[in-house]
Design a binder for this molecule. Structure first.
Ligand code: HEM
Length: 504
């Protein structure tokens, strides 16, 4: 009996301790007079996200609720606190002007136990800067021009797969474009970043695609994932991994095999992997290791594949719904190609100005990376206030919410590429449109994603008219479980043949 009483008191004591700890944590913003939604005791402001909506809609609602009332607000995610920034000048400070306070993204990596996680996406300042400087030359305009034919080759396969499906009649009913374009993007990035012929266009179950998607979309169970996100330092000490073992082993193995093959045979290819191999064999005091090569190639895949492929499939979706825009875009493609005697070159692609507008508008309406993060490494006094973003605090930049703010983009659900005519762009604050983030941490793959998407669109549109079917959702439903913005039920469109396949 006495033992039972002790047990009950102990449990009650522990529960009281946890309750007081949570209360203390969740009073952080209230104590500092920072506006925020009332948190749930366990989940903070996270419950809504888990249960019903995609994360980008949660931030969009939060932004709309508080914009005009505050320049920044608080947000709790389990036991972590975030400052969500609503003001364009403050966003500029965090991303660019006061970068020295916010040089890290603060996301999890574990070089020792989960080497593929240690990429420039996640590394902290010193290591990140070192790697970013090394990798930047891979993404110059000259390198893109060089990669152009490789991407055209894969896009030609995409059109061939479309032709086969069209001829077999399946396109008449509509085909699921999100998966088709994802396979195109896997094959492009597999070829450019890993030097592999992945064949996922012809074989949807190709191992490279399966492993890549497993690494990217599937996480450990919810508890482990949340623990890693909430307590990254402790998780690192405990040797916790973000990726499943087989995913890490697969990518380490294929990179090791390809690098060994290229080194043995002296094969040179003008792709990302070649540059990474050069860095490994450079005489500098600090050459990169096989694990580091794998981590960078892997992040090109994870950061590049879903973002580019979803953007391209959302673009095709809008073109299906907006035939006038599609016709105008096709006319531009045909007109530019005619000037280049029918040859699709890097220079011809760069002359497609309406294409730029269509792409920009796609990335506004569908901001695949709906928000980005920064972590303060020292106390930052928010200008003209007595509020401090304390050392260690995470800051959210709500990219998607800005792109749907009716004051910045009137009638935001309307797809209107003319928002990106030079005179309209000039009227806006540069921070109102940041699909690739901004500042020193801005997306390193901007040019490459443009290459992949534009080549794909040119090849598809000169061969096929894209049309909606009965299955095409309007409005589109979003997948609440995905980190990036993605369709819930797929993107169904049908095609109508225009002329003979180009570049066969
Ligand atoms: C439409 C396609 C893409 C979109 C919308 C996109 C968007 C973004 C955004 C918003 C960020 C965060 C920037 C910031 O925090 O300021 C980012 C970072 C990054 N992206 Fe992309 N991205 C795309 C394609 C790609 C591609 C194709 C690659 C690789 C080949 C890539 C590699 C990266 C990397 C490595 C980073 C981290 C950069 C750093 O912190 O130094 N992205 N991207």
């Amino acid at each position: 009996m006495e033992f039972l009483l002790v047990l009950i008191y102990s449990i009650a004591f522990i529960l009281l301790g946890i309750y007081l700890l949570l209360r203390k944590r969740y009073s952080y913003f209230a104590e500092r007079g920072i506006l925020h939604d009332k948190p749930d005791l366990i989940f903070g402001n996270f419950r809504k996200m888990r249960l019903s909506k995609p994360i980008f809609l949660v931030f969009r609602e939060y932004y709309n609720k508080y914009k005009g009332k505050a320049k920044y607000v608080g947000f709790y995610l389990f036991l972590r606190s975030f400052i969500v920034i609503l003001d364009l000048e403050l966003i500029k400070n965090v991303l660019i002007k006061d970068f020295e306070y916010f040089p890290n993204r603060g996301t999890y990596y574990n070089e020792k136990d989960d080497p593929i996680s240690a990429s420039i996406m996640h590394l902290d300042y010193e290591k990140w800067r070192n790697m970013r400087v090394k990798l930047t030359p891979t993404f110059t305009s000259g390198k893109m021009k060089f990669m152009f034919p490789t991407v055209v080759d894969v896009a030609t396969q995409l059109v061939e797969v479309m032709r086969d499906a069209h001829e077999s009649g399946s396109f008449e009913m509509g085909i699921e474009f999100a998966d088709l374009i994802a396979r195109y993007a896997v094959d492009v990035i597999g070829s450019i970043a890993f030097g592999l012929n992945c064949n996922s266009l012809t074989n949807p179950e190709a191992e490279f695609k399966v492993m890549g998607i497993k690494g990217f979309r599937y996480r450990h169970n919810w508890f482990v994932h949340s623990f890693i996100v909430s307590y990254p330092d402790l998780a690192r000490k405990l040797g916790m991994k973000f990726h499943f073992d087989d995913v890490g082993e697969f990518f380490l193995r294929i990179v090791r095999e390809t690098v060994t093959y290229r080194e043995k045979t002296g094969t040179q290819r003008k792709d990302f992997l070649n540059l990474l191999i050069d860095l490994k064999n450079s005489d500098t005091a600090d050459p990169i290791t096989m694990e580091q090569i794998t981590a960078q190639a892997y992040v090109f895949f994870t950061a590049g594949f879903e973002t580019s492929s979803c953007t391209m499939s959302f673009c095709l979706y809008e073109l299906g719904l907006n035939q006038m825009v599609q016709n105008k875009l096709r006319e531009e493609i045909m007109e530019v190609l005619a000037r280049y005697e029918g040859k699709f070159t890097y220079e011809a692609m760069n002359e497609m100005k309406y294409m730029e507008k269509v792409l920009n508008e796609t990335m506004r309406k569908y901001s695949i990376v709906a928000f980005t993060l920064r972590r303060a490494i020292k106390d930052y006094v928010i200008p003209n206030t007595n509020h401090v973003i304390e050392k260690g605090m995470d800051v959210v930049i709500p990219i998607d919410a800005l792109h749907h703010d009716p004051e910045l983009f009137p009638n935001p659900e309307e797809f209107n590429p003319e928002r990106f005519s030079p005179s309209e762009v000039e009227k806006r604050n540069s921070m109102s449109y940041i699909p690739f983030g901004d500042g020193p941490h801005t997306c390193i793959g901007i040019r490459f994603s443009r290459l992949v998407i534009m080549i794909g669109l040119v090849m598809v549109l000169q061969n096929y008219r894209i049309l909606p079917t009965k299955k095409t959702e309007n409005p589109l439903q979003y997948n609440p479980k995905k980190y990036f913005m993605g369709s819930k039920n797929g993107i169904y469109l049908k095609t109508e043949k225009i002329c003979g396949i180009v570049n066969e």
